[in-house]
Design a protein. Structure first.
Lengths: 321, 279
């Protein structure tokens, strides 16, 4: 609850002259603060009940010997076995490396492509609104549906990608049947769906840059390439950093695409951490180890996020945060 | 400044138009393929054709007669609409309080909300599943409405708060002097000004509910409570995937939300860039 805030000695405190009409400033302030908590509490209860409390429970589960029964579940005592099982498991090692690598590669490609698209759209004199609208469609598309669409494109017997590769004289590779093919195929599907998101964010950042700087660079005879690296890129860095943050956080929770497109296969080639955790829990009913996978994933996300904010703060200064 | 005058076809064929065309093709070709394939017949769906040689609408009939796709749409609509209403109501109140009322500990609350919003859903799947199993919430609407509301609230509160911060304080004070209570002030003075925020928070919540897969898959496995993404993912069997039906159903699921996003595209863009602008 809010505590009493030191009352200003003279009328016309922080609230301005109006407070005189309402009553004593400190009383009014106190009432308003209480009202504020009344307004905020329902939302906080909702969020706490579904996120904070379960996160705590997930940590507990990850240290428990969990038995799922027909009607509920039993906890059979504390153990660190879940973590030693996970940390010693080669599938987890692979899933961790795969998730990190996939996140890195897709985010770099999306950033480069997205920036290129944004630079082009910024110079577009007509139809920019329509292009923005077009870019929003992949963003709003259900990931499961786009995964099914790419599965159709990659189909070994009647897929378009297959017939294109065949036409190029590259034989008949079963794209999703090989490790490399499945990973590259998934990268393309992911890049297709999320590059527009990056492009929109970068475009919004570009539009806000002061035009005079470009004129100055032009007068100085700087080439387009020099202008981009010396002027645009440094000014755009905070925008790019935020686009990267959003994308990294999302890519790290990668689940829908591999679950539908490749089922994590062939073998474990496209098994992300989230797919591994889900499989452990819902295919094998191993909620203890599954929770250990989920908890370490969440911990990595939070650590990455904090590290990012620290670097970001150091780069752009504190005034924005 | 040098200005090159381009004449004839060179006026239209330049770097910008070529790049724009490539971008448009990159985005639309897969979407076009989905549309075209939804009209392919039994033979056409098994071919790598770019257009339906055996044009037929049987896929659309199948989605609603052979499969219970109507039920999935109903479930998705119900869950998304109720969640969006809840999120808008709760985030308006919280956003107003955090943006305009003299509370203490505002900053910690806002930072905590930000941290919660980055948490991956996989982290809460196991505990929520076990809790819902215990209180018999699995395979129900509330099994998704409650978590969706909680997961979408942090962003909505941030958006609402940012919009409310921008409203001039004088209007509120005038209303207060006129004797209006705080709820009345919020409803008739502040809320109309924060309308763009409501659109942004609303369209983001709705889209998130419409597309969410992991929780819907884990909590509602019963066919009667499946949402569109789960229904689509589990269509057919691993050996025969009825792509034609899937794409027909997908078109029905995608077109309304695409229209919604296009109508509210200004709100969507402002939401996407809220972080980039505000820091």
């Amino acid at each position: 609850m809010a505590t009493v805030i030191a009352a200003p000695s003279a009328p016309g405190g922080p609230e301005g002259s109006v407070v005189e009409v309402i009553g004593r400033p400190d009383q009014h302030r106190k009432r308003m603060a209480r009202l504020g908590w009344m307004f905020t509490t329902p939302a906080l209860i909702f969020i706490g009940a579904v996120t904070l409390f379960p996160i705590g429970f997930a940590v507990l589960l990850s240290f428990e010997n969990v038995n799922v029964t027909g009607s509920g579940f039993q906890l059979n005592g504390l153990t660190t076995a879940n973590y030693s099982l996970v940390f010693g498991n080669s599938t987890w090692h692979y899933a961790l490396a795969f998730t990190l690598g996939f996140t890195f590669v897709t985010v770099v490609i999306e950033l480069v492509l997205g920036t290129m698209i944004a630079l082009v759209l910024e110079r577009l004199t007509r139809g920019r609104g329509w292009m923005m609208a077009l870019l929003l469609i992949p963003w709003s598309l259900i990931t499961v549906i786009s995964a099914k669409l790419w599965a159709y494109i990659y189909d070994p017997t009647f897929g378009i990608a297959d017939s294109i590769l065949h036409g190029l004289g590259l034989g008949d590779p079963t794209i999703l049947g090989t490790n490399a093919g499945a990973i590259i195929g998934m990268i393309i599907a992911e890049v297709w769906k999320t590059t527009p998101f990056v492009a929109i964010i970068v475009l919004a950042g570009l539009v806000m840059l002061p035009q005079e700087i470009y004129e100055a660079a032009d007068v100085d005879g700087a080439s387009g390439w020099t202008t981009f690296w010396r002027v645009t890129f440094p000014l755009l860095r905070p925008t790019l950093a935020l686009a990267v943050l959003f994308r990294v956080l999302q890519a790290f929770g990668l689940f829908d695409l591999p679950f539908v497109l490749t089922q994590g296969g062939p073998g474990h080639a496209t098994t992300s951490l989230a797919v591994l955790g889900y499989d452990a829990m819902f295919q094998n009913l191993e909620f203890g180890p599954g929770s250990a996978v989920a908890t370490t994933t969440a911990l990595l996300v939070v650590m990455g996020c904090m590290l990012f904010l620290k670097v970001f703060k150091a780069q752009v200064g504190e005034e924005d945060l | 400044m040098r200005k090159r005058k381009r004449t004839g076809w060179r006026r239209y064929v330049n770097g910008i138009t070529i790049s724009t065309t490539v971008t448009v093709l990159f985005v639309t070709l897969p979407l076009y393929l989905m549309l075209a394939s939804s009209f392919k017949g039994a033979k056409g769906i098994g071919s790598a054709a770019f257009y339906p040689k055996d044009f037929s609408t049987s896929n659309y009939n199948n989605a609603f007669s052979q499969y219970t796709f109507a039920r999935y749409i109903l479930n998705s609509v119900l869950i998304a609409v109720i969640t969006t209403a809840l999120v808008l109501f709760l985030s308006t109140m919280a956003g107003y309080a955090l943006g305009r009322l003299p509370m203490r500990a505002k900053l910690p609350v806002m930072v905590a909300l930000l941290m919660i919003s980055v948490f991956p859903a996989i982290a809460v799947i196991a505990p929520l599943f076990l809790l819902m199993k215990t209180i018999h919430w699995l395979n129900s609407y509330q099994a998704l409405i409650v978590p969706y509301t909680a997961f979408n609230l942090p962003f909505a509160i941030w958006i609402m708060r940012n919009y409310m911060l921008g409203i001039p304080k004088e209007m509120e004070e005038t209303s207060r002097i006129d004797g209006a209570g705080p709820l009345r002030t919020l409803w008739s003075i502040v809320l109309p000004q924060a309308k763009p925020g409501l659109f942004t928070a609303g369209i983001f919540t709705f889209t998130a509910c419409w597309t969410e897969f992991l929780m819907a898959l884990s909590f509602n496995s019963d066919n009667n409570f499946r949402t569109i993404p789960v229904g689509t993912a589990l269509f057919g069997s691993p050996f025969t995937i009825p792509y034609g039906t899937i794409f027909a159903a997908s078109m029905v699921a995608v077109v309304p939300i695409a229209i919604l996003v296009l109508i509210f595209r200004k709100s969507v863009v402002s939401g996407l860039t809220a972080g980039a602008v505000k820091g």
